[in-house]
Write a protein that binds this ligand. Structure first.
Ligand SMILES: NC(=O)C1=CN([C@@H]2O[C@H](COP(=O)(O)OP(=O)(O)OC[C@H]3O[C@@H](n4cnc5c(N)ncnc54)[C@H](O)[C@@H]3O)[C@@H](O)[C@H]2O)C=CC1
Ligand SMILES: CC(C)CC(=O)C(=O)O
Ligand SMILES: [Mg+2]
Length: 336
């Protein structure tokens, strides 16, 4: 298994080290190549994602990423110039973000009967494409735009992926959008669900606006099985999903090129957390669960299940002890 590793910034470095402990124990044929991308390299050389690095990264079976972003760099420079550019260049159109409330998790909703849903977030469009600009900057007449790009091609393919996923689960798909206001984009997403849904008659569909979805995710999360949504709404709702299932340090994700042309990239949902970076207290569970997604993506289901079982066992016995990043990684690795 040829794995490109991008620890990145802040706690990305700390949690990736723990995820690698797990993979090194599980995968006998693991070959890792680390890429120095992120704030340190940018501040030293001005480089974000050089063509040579991207070309080398393409040659791997998958990518393991920590997090990108640092207070020493203007907001957006690393996030757009490195992270989003990589997602776009590798056509990571499916951003897969499962949420499950494991027994023992520290969730404000721990009394809920079951929380187990997957957000299928579109990964290459929406307002994240960089389609916008600013004029008259610094004047009282400044105008800025961030245009949300929504294509039939882009919506149809993630909606189809979401239906296929729902077909293998509880056969329920919820579209989350804001069609009452964003009616042009909303029309594409609604029609994509109606059209693709004809090929999946067993899958029941539902719709909710993004604002109401934040209510249901807290007071009735069991209603969700598979959620499909655009890039921005999916970004926001999956931080909330992490919070209700035990904390953002539990939320794993896969940036997937469902065509299989490019390597997919697996990373925790969270960012570089400058507020706790360097303290050794970041929860590495999300990064470790991201390796389970990676393994399953590469057809290594048995190893993926071993990771999930080891995490489950650790959570069941974690109690309320303070989190120590390396101790959690060591315990999960030992439990594999
Ligand atoms: N995929 C990525 O690489 C992402 C990068 N970012 C970037 O990360 C930087 C910080 O962004 P924030 O908005 O602060 O989001 P963040 O996700 O880094 O942190 C939000 C809050 O969650 C906590 N947190 C995050 N991960 C945790 C973990 N594993 N264990 C325990 N607590 C955890 C942090 O301490 C903080 O209080 C920014 O530069 C941002 O652009 C943000 C989100 C995703
Ligand atoms: C920093 C953003 C580009 C990414 C993000 O917040 C996410 O993918 O969840
Ligand atoms: Mg996010």
């Amino acid at each position: 298994m040829k794995l490109a590793v991008i620890p990145g910034d802040g706690i990305g470095v700390e949690v990736t080290a723990e995820a690698l402990k797990v993979l090194r124990k599980l995968v006998a044929d693991l070959e890792t190549t680390e890429y120095d991308l992120g704030a340190k390299r940018y501040n030293a050389t001005g480089e974000l994602l050089p063509d040579a690095d991207l070309a080398a990264i393409r040659e791997h079976d998958a990518i393991l990423l920590g997090a990108i972003g640092d207070p020493s760099v203007t907001p957006g420079v690393l996030e757009r110039g490195l992270l989003l550019n990589m997602r776009f260049a590798l056509d990571h159109h499916v951003n897969l973000r499962p949420s499950r409330l494991y027994p023992g998790s520290r969730s404000p909703l721990a009394a809920q009967p079951e929380i187990d849903f997957v957000v299928v977030r579109e990964g290459t469009e929406g307002p994240y494409t960089g389609n916008g600009g600013a004029i008259r900057v610094g004047t009282p007449h400044e105008i800025a735009t961030e245009v949300s790009v929504n294509t039939w091609f882009g919506a149809e393919r993630v909606v189809r992926y979401a239906f296929e996923l729902a077909q293998t689960r509880r056969k329920h798909l919820t579209l989350i959008h804001k069609t009452n206001v964003l009616s042009n984009a909303g029309a594409i997403w609604t029609r994509a669900v109606e059209t693709v849904g004809k090929d999946f008659p067993e899958v029941e569909t539902a719709y909710c606006h993004i604002d109401a979805a934040t209510i249901y995710m807290v007071d009735d999360p069991a209603r969700f099985d598979v959620i499909v949504t655009d890039n921005l709404f999916g970004d926001i709702i999956t931080d909330l999903a992490g919070a209700v299932t035990g904390g953002i340090g539990m939320a794993a994700s896969g940036n997937i090129d469902a065509s299989g042309t490019n390597p997919s990239m697996f990373e925790p949902v969270h960012g570089s957390a400058p507020d706790i970076a360097g303290k050794g207290i970041a929860d590495p569970t999300a990064a470790i669960l991201s390796t389970a997604l990676l393994l399953r993506h590469l057809g290594r289901d048995e190893e993926a299940e071993r990771v999930e079982r080891a995490v489950e066992a650790d959570l069941a016995s974690r109690g309320t002890d303070p989190i120590v990043t390396s101790e959690i990684g060591d315990r999960i690795t030992a439990a594999l």
